[in-house]
Design a protein around this ligand. Structure first.
Ligand code: SF4
Length: 301
């Protein structure tokens, strides 16, 4: 089908049926150095946009065929909020989604537009990107259309999050030598304290990028992740770290009170004995498990 793809098992959001709003060509107002699509000049619209009714009929067909879908993901070969009929599409998807969640993967560039904010308010999970908060870094990494300024965008994200009642996920993609420095990370953390997202996903390049840039290694990602405070951080691991940690009860409580651990942290870092202790703490309700936009977090009660 032309406008739907999958389902794919996305570790971040569960089993996802994708909707591609720009199947023919990349249509994005960013030209990120790490983009897995080919580099291209940023544009502010989707050429030849699909009709809402055509998308809906394909989604209905896919939902009949694939029953165990967790999320219907609005995405595109580019930025999905550039789709001019996004609001009607969201209304129609909400009518047919039943128990599935609606998710949008946006680069956050249109968040200052009140109409876009109104549309996003009707979506169960909104993922916005925030790779940098200084204009110099933003220009280097996201290479946005002229006139887009990161300070305006993060202020609009703060406003949006105040009234948004569903789940907000912020994604930070780390690129070696651009945004992997402690100064930028500390500044991003300061802004995130105002946005107060439900979850922060931190990852790095794991597919061939549009430009000559390099990923950040696991060790560095984990070191930088420590600079985020009071937020459920989900580190997206490309390769599983080989060393597993043995925590006793006190150490685990200490760890979880500093930083909730995601299901990926448990999978990748916890030894079998640590997992056993975690299970005991769950049974005694010293630790609780919470689902945040499709990822389980373990939090000190
Ligand atoms: S926002 Fe997404 S699609 Fe657009 S250039 Fe960046 S990575 Fe590629």
């Amino acid at each position: 089908m032309r406008y739907t793809f999958g389902p794919v098992n996305s570790r971040r959001f569960g089993i996802s049926l994708g909707i591609d709003l720009s199947p023919d060509t990349k249509s994005c107002n960013f030209d990120c150095v790490y983009c897995e699509l080919k580099g291209s000049k940023p544009i502010s619209f989707i050429p030849n946009p699909p009709k809402v009714e055509d998308i809906i009929s394909q989604v209905k067909e896919a939902l009949k065929k694939f029953e165990d879908i967790d999320v219907i993901t609005i995405t595109s070969n580019g930025e999905p909020t550039l789709y001019d009929k996004l609001d009607s599409l969201v209304d129609e998807l909400n009518k047919i989604k039943k128990d599935k969640k609606l998710l949008i993967l946006s680069n956050g560039s249109t968040i200052c537009d009140q109409k876009i904010q109104n549309t996003l308010a009707k979506i169960d999970i909104v993922k916005l990107s925030l790779d940098c908060v200084t204009q110099k870094c933003f220009k280097k990494i996201d290479r946005a259309l002229k006139g887009i300024e990161i300070e305006k965008l993060y202020n609009c994200m703060i406003d949006f999050s105040k009234n948004f009642s569903h789940q907000l996920v912020i994604e930070i993609l780390l690129v070696k030598g651009i945004n992997d420095n402690i100064d930028e990370i500390k500044k991003i953390n300061e802004i995130l304290q105002f946005i107060k997202p439900d979850r922060v996903d931190i990852g790095t390049i794991d597919r061939p990028p549009a430009y000559k840039v390099q990923p950040v290694n696991e060790e560095k990602i984990n070191e930088l992740a420590k600079y985020f405070s009071n937020l459920p951080i989900s580190v997206i691991y490309k390769n599983k770290p080989s060393k597993k940690e043995d925590f006793n009860k006190d150490e685990m409580i200490q760890l979880l009170s500093h930083r909730p651990q995601s299901q990926f942290d448990i999978e990748n870092f916890f030894s079998n004995s640590s997992k056993k202790i975690l299970k005991e703490l769950l049974e005694t309700r010293s630790v609780i498990k919470k689902d945040i936009a499709g990822v389980s977090f373990y939090i000190k009660a």
